[in-house]
Design a protein around this ligand. Structure first.
Ligand SMILES: Cc1cc2nc3c(=O)[nH]c(=O)nc-3n(C[C@H](O)[C@H](O)[C@H](O)COP(=O)(O)OP(=O)(O)OC[C@H]3O[C@@H](n4cnc5c(N)ncnc54)[C@H](O)[C@@H]3O)c2cc1C
Length: 530
């Protein structure tokens, strides 16, 4: 459909459908028109007709809580937010030079990064299809820049492959594809797949294998200029006398398999990990700050909620001022609670037994991030690595190179670990100093000459030691989803839960926002019934 005089534009049509049928109809229409298959976001919520004077108390000033407050206030509700921390944003957070952070167990770190440098302990990348987050980033003036997710020139390392030596992703991935293509070609040639594939498809598949796997005319993946086009050269093409390129040796297929490069290749195909990805200019915490600018007057900081009580007349929330110790009550008609489940589980509350059971049923994952400030960008200057990740089988799991200020002079922070599972727990069990030492020892595998030499200082966050989440993110499984999810998201008389844990986009800011929109839309309907 073309935009123009006398014609209805696509946007006008969608707006009309949205007004008539609500967000679900709009979403369906967009999908039918070939749009939005990547997101359930259909625009900000439509909360018309709030009763004058009706009030909502929001617990937690993370993104879910602040969006709920922003939209409910816009709809006419009297809104107040109680937030445990002195800062808004929740898991949306960046640590800068001068910040201090105290984890459970009492260890305090004072961050020593140079001005402008930061560690994003939690969220760090935004997929292009997280339309809700992108929508509000635009509305609230958050500048975004590309997050370099995929770097062929970064490394993969596995202790059991290549004698423990890292190799470029490009080389291992090309050899994996070439090796698989050659084997599949052989299976076809030996008629092993004749029952599985039609004759005309066989020809097309052979052609695809030749092209995708860089096979030669004999259907072999070999050391030649064809394989070098994917995996790189021993001597790259140049000018003049020695301009002719020399191909590189291909790896032993056993090592290629043992490197588990296929895991990294599959990781990049994961829908949430596909390019294009973004990050805010200046640190992920810029998003929390921008949301906070919209609702700051509504927030009571240092307010640790200790009790949630609802009855026919409304909701009473008891909270403790963490700086003075004073205990107070706050009253409202309704409540949106975005407190992470592990913390909420420890709060005294009279929610329905089914909801209490749901809150208890969902464990949280752990992860550890470590930022290492280096004197110079040796990964750029010495290795031509600009952003992206080098993966390892060691506990640190990966190191990730900064995506901002490329080619810059002076110190820069690289992510020295993003560990989960066992590795995450091992790092979390260490002191912050031991974590840095481990990150330096393990990360040196990629950059042995520079890693320790250029190191200046570091900071780490172990998420199971974060007092206000007690973990990284909610970990649903099929059984808990079946038994508890619908209860967890249902309005429980006057209280509704929201947050990443109340979504199918778990551990993404998008999930927190989509959950928030859904929760307040249903709470609004409930309020209109009251
Ligand atoms: C390591 C890590 C990596 C991640 N990577 C990404 C990523 O790359 N991209 C992405 O989009 N998402 C990522 N996420 C997920 C993202 O951070 C979350 O989904 C999102 O920020 C959750 O928002 P929320 O509002 O649901 O919860 P939160 O941000 O946790 O907000 C909850 C709020 O409740 C407050 N609170 C807690 N207890 C109390 C209490 N007793 N009283 C009052 N207030 C209380 C907390 O202080 C907090 O402010 C990552 C998360 C982690 C931990």
């Amino acid at each position: 459909m073309q935009a123009g005089a006398g014609k209805t534009t696509r946007r006008e049509l969608l707006t009309a459908i949205g007004m008539m049928g609500g967000t679900f109809a709009l979403y369906q229409a967009m999908t039918t028109m070939g749009h939005a298959a990547e997101t359930q976001f259909a625009g900000p919520p439509n909360l018309k007709g709030a009763r004058p004077g009706a009030s909502v108390i929001v617990l937690g000033a993370g993104l879910a809580g602040m969006l709920a407050a922003f939209e409910l206030r816009k709809a006419g509700y009297k809104v107040r937010i109680l937030e445990y921390q002195a800062r808004a944003g929740g898991r949306n957070w960046s640590l800068y030079g001068g910040d201090t952070y105290t984890e459970l167990g009492g260890a305090t770190q004072k961050v020593g990064f140079a001005p402008g440098n930061y560690l994003n302990p939690g969220p760090w990348r935004i997929p292009h299809h997280h339309r809700t987050l992108l929508h509000y980033c635009k509305q609230f003036g958050v500048a975004l820049e590309p997050f370099i997710q995929f770097n062929h020139n970064a490394f993969v390392h596995h202790a059991d492959a290549f004698g423990g030596r890292p190799v470029h992703f490009r080389e291992a991935a090309a050899d994996f594809e070439g090796g698989v293509a050659e084997l599949l070609g052989k299976a076809i040639d030996q008629k092993a797949l004749d029952q599985e594939i039609k004759a005309e498809d066989k020809e097309m598949l052979l052609e695809a294998l030749r092209g995708w796997g860089m096979l030669d005319q004999d259907m072999k993946y070999a050391r030649n200029l064809r394989s070098a086009e994917h995996r790189g050269y021993e001597r790259p093409p140049g000018g003049g006398v020695n301009g002719a390129p020399i191909p590189s040796n291909i790896f032993d297929f056993h090592d290629v398999l043992a490197s588990q490069v296929w895991k990294n290749m599959a990781f990049f195909m994961n829908h949430e990990m596909q390019t294009t990805m973004f990050q805010p200019v200046g640190g992920m915490g810029m998003i929390g700050k921008a949301f906070a600018r919209q609702v700051e007057p509504l927030i009571t900081h240092n307010a640790k909620v200790t009790k949630i009580f609802q009855d026919r007349s409304g909701v009473k929330v008891t909270y403790k001022d963490t700086s003075t110790g004073a205990v107070s009550d706050a009253h409202a008609d309704f409540c949106v609670c975005t407190i992470p489940l592990g913390v909420l589980n420890q709060i005294d509350k009279n929610l329905s037994p089914k909801l209490q059971a749901a809150i208890q049923a969902v464990p949280y994952s752990n992860s550890v991030k470590i930022g290492l400030e280096m004197r110079r960008r040796f990964w750029e200057e010495d290795y031509s690595i600009y952003g992206g990740h080098s993966f390892t089988s060691q506990d640190i799991s990966l190191i990730s190179y900064p995506n901002n200020h490329l080619f810059g002079d002076g110190p820069a922070v690289l992510l020295g670990a993003f560990a989960s599972g066992l590795g995450g727990y091992r790092l979390a069990g260490m002191t912050p100093e031991q974590r840095i030492e481990t990150a330096l020892a393990q990360g040196s595998i990629f950059h042995p000459d520079s890693y320790r030499k250029e190191f200046m200082n570091g900071a780490s966050v172990a998420w199971n030691r974060v007092p206000w989440t007690l973990g990284c993110c909610a970990r649903w499984n099929e059984d808990t989803r079946k038994e508890h999810y619908q209860t967890l998201v249902a309005v429980d008389d006057r209280v509704v839960l929201a947050g990443e844990h109340a979504s199918y986009v778990g551990c993404w800011m998008e999930g927190a926002l989509l959950s928030s929109i859904d929760a307040i839309t249903r709470l609004h309907a409930r309020a209109l019934e009251a």
